[in-house]
Ligand binder design. Structure first.
Ligand code: ADP
Length: 697
């Protein structure tokens, strides 16, 4: 199974909604722009159309009026003609003139009361009229009109009819009948045949004809006549009724303009372009806003991550400006010192500085800030918790560099090392206890030897004292001792003093050994160290008849050490050597323990303890320095471990190798040589010289 936590639906939803936040708004905006654009275009288009339609309507209105006017004029001209005398050349001349000036009138007839044609004159433009069908065959419509005209004593038009001509052509015409006016005259009539195409041509203004196809249409849709060079587009059509004296027809204007294009003019094109630009800007805006939203989200996530990281840190973080004001602290730091961020921010003398240290810290801070780069290894100092408790901290500082690469302050990592220091102190106490236990163990072992050793000087003292007493006069009656006797007594007393001194030395050395050590280093001659332990070493060596040889160069080198501790190391190593030679495989004559001192270099002095025992086999050698490892039934196994600790505390090294001729073992360790003019140094591992190198085993 995967360790990944299941995605939180709420956060997913939240993330999604944030990602798409504002989208409907943008969609609405784009839709609105598009809708406005479409409506604008549609309205412009509609406007354009209505304008053309209105123009066509107006033209139709004008054309209809013109037509009515023309027909009216024609009727008046014919009526005037009617008033003229019918006979004589004058009438003919007038008819001729009328036919010439009114091209739409193609024939004028005079008829009698029975509608018989008395006289007729034709227009020169239509010479072939009534050639295919005689006028008498096509006179019915004229006669009906004349009947009507006579009845109402006013001009009347006939129905229109087709007047065929030669070659299959023809023309749609209408007859206009003018009744004879007045009393006392014959009921004759004047019939004028009007060619409708010519009527259109003559009546309708040329600028209207240029833009429209002009037609006369019957109410059933039959086209009677048309004029105009081109056909109409059939889109913008206007009809007007022309109804005059029985002539009823629709005047139809069909505009040559077709459907206007979607973008008909410059202003519409401008609107479109502006709208397109607006659309583009909106899209760019949307893109930009989305990008900003994404950047904002990334920033928010980075900030959340940074905050989570800072909050989860167990290390204290603190930032200070160039003038030493605290500008940032993380929660771990606040927890460490027990003050809230609000209490710390902006302070130059922070409340976690112990009052007694404020001056020192302020000076140190000023010095550190004046310097360029703080030390990488950090520094240890003392802070104070809210309750007043002092605690050690380790501070690592680094320059705080702003976006322009300038140093704007300092960033510090602060570690609370109080727990570490407590553990170190505990460990030191443990070490001390271990060493005390080791000393006590050694002492216990030696107690038996000590009693035996003290027996000898005490027995000697007792026998010297007895001898002296015997030599001294017993009472007043005894003669005083002679000079020789006095000398003997003096010698015996001197021996007593010597033996007492020896016993005292033995006791003192044990006392010194067992006494709790003082952790102080002193400059001491290496020979003095050996001399201090020699009585105890000899004591231990006596039982196994081991010889003790000491090899110290002249003048003996001086070492800087914790004397008591080093003596204990020497004693331990010597005791181990002696015990190794107690093995029955070692001949009594071979048992020799050598204590050697050598100046290894100017800075290091080496001490060697050489035995001629059976040596140390490999499996044992591997765990020699492991605490509580021992091969002896009564051993504790802490001697060597403790020896190494002590030597290393001095900055030296403890090691062992096989003896010079392959027999026995050489334990050797180094101690720092005492500097000739330097006073004794306080105990501190950091002040030790570099660890010396031991010659290869
Ligand atoms: P202990 O003497 O109480 O056993 P040490 O730590 O002094 O404890 O010694 C550990 C073991 O190292 C000894 O038990 C012994 O086996 C071995 N050892 C120490 N010194 C010598 C030596 N000089 N020769 C041979 N074996 C040694």
């Amino acid at each position: 199974m995967s360790d990944m936590p299941p995605p939180d639906p709420h956060s997913m939803l939240f993330g999604l909604s944030r990602r798409w936040r504002g989208t409907p708004l943008w969609v609405a905006l784009v839709a609105l722009v598009l809708a406005v654009l479409a409506v604008l275009l549609w309205m412009t288009w509609q406007h354009e159309q209505s304008q053309v339609q209105e123009a066509t309507d107006a033209a139709a209105q004008t054309a209809a009026a013109d037509m009515r006017q023309r027909l009216g004029d024609d009727m008046q001209a014919l009526q005037r003609l009617m008033w003229q005398t019918a006979e004589g050349p004058g009438w003919h001349l007038q008819v001729e003139a009328l036919l010439r000036t009114t091209p739409e009138i193609i024939r004028i007839e005079r008829r009698d009361a029975h509608f018989a044609v008395i006289d007729a004159m034709r227009s020169p433009t239509y010479p072939q009229q009534f050639a295919t069908i005689p006028r008498s065959a096509m006179s019915v419509d004229a006669e009906i009109a004349c009947t009507t005209a006579r009845r109402f004593s006013s001009p009347a038009f006939s129905r229109s009819y087709f007047l065929p001509s030669a070659g299959g052509l023809g023309v749609e015409v209408v007859d206009l009948c003018i009744p004879q006016p007045g009393e006392g005259r014959s009921d004759g009539t004047l019939v004028a045949t009007v060619a409708l195409p010519d009527l259109l041509h003559a009546a309708v203004a040329p600028e209207i004809v240029r833009r429209h196809e002009v037609m006369l249409v019957e109410s059933d849709g039959t086209r009677l006549a048309r004029t105009g060079a081109r056909r109409g587009a059939g889109v913008f059509v206007a009809d007007r009724l022309v109804d005059i004296s029985g002539f009823t027809a629709l005047l139809r204007l069909d505009s040559l303009s077709g459907v206007p294009p979607l973008i008909p003019n410059l202003s519409a094109a401008l609107v479109v372009m502006l709208s397109a630009a607006l659309g583009g800007v909106v899209v760019l805006l949307v893109y930009d806003v989305r990008r900003r939203a994404a950047a904002e989200q990334a920033l928010a996530e980075a900030l959340t991550f940074r905050k989570a990281m800072e909050d989860s840190l167990v290390t204290g973080l603190r930032a200070r400006s160039a003038d030493g004001r605290i500008t940032y602290v993380n929660p771990a730091f606040c927890r460490m010192v027990g003050f809230s961020a609000e209490e710390l921010l902006g302070t130059t003398v922070p409340p976690y500085w112990p009052p007694e240290m404020v001056e020192l810290y302020a000076r140190r801070q000023a010095e550190r800030q004046a310097g360029d780069t703080p030390p990488r290894e950090g520094h240890e100092t003392l802070f104070m918790r809210r309750g007043g408790e002092r605690f050690p901290v380790l501070i690592f500082e680094a320059p705080l560099v702003d976006a322009r690469g300038r140093r704007s302050g300092w960033m510090s990592t602060v570690l609370d090392v109080s727990a570490q220091r407590r553990i170190e102190e505990l460990s030191r106490q443990q070490q001390d206890k271990l060493q005390a236990a080791a000393r006590l163990a050694t002492m216990g072992e030696m107690a038996t030897l000590l009693s035996h050793e003290l027996n000898q000087p005490l027995a000697a003292i007792a026998s010297y004292a007895t001898g002296s007493l015997n030599l001294m006069p017993a009472g007043e009656q005894d003669p005083p001792a002679d000079l020789e006797t006095q000398l003997m007594i003096r010698q015996a007393v001197a021996r007593i003093a010597e033996q007492a001194e020896r016993a005292g030395r033995v006791i003192r050395s044990v006392h010194q050994f067992v006494r709790r050590r003082e952790r102080l280093r002193e400059n001491v001659r290496a020979s003095e160290l050996l001399e201090a332990v020699l009585p105890l070493v000899r004591l231990a060596a006596r039982r196994s008849h081991t010889r003790i040889a000491v090899d110290v160069p002249e003048p003996p080198p001086r070492v800087s050490c914790d004397r008591t501790m080093v003596e204990q190391v020497l004693l331990n190593l010597a005791r181990n050597g002696i015990q190794a030679m107690e093995d029955e495989t070692v001949a009594a004559g071979d048992r020799e323990l050598r204590l050697e001192v050598r100046a290894q270099s100017e800075r290091w002095v080496e001490l060697r303890i050489v035995d001629r025992g059976p040596g140390i086999p490999e499996p044992i050698a591997r765990q020699l320095f492991t605490p509580f490892f021992t091969t002896k039934p009564e051993g504790m196994g802490i001697g060597l471990a403790m020896c190494r600790t002590v030597v290393e505390q001095h900055g030296g090294a403890l090691d062992f190798e096989a003896g010079p001729d392959g027999r026995g073992t050489v334990f050797r360790f180094t101690l720092p040589a005492a500097a000739p003019a330097t006073p004794p140094l306080p105990s501190s591992s950091s002040s030790s010289p570099t660890s010396p190198s031991l010659p290869p085993s």
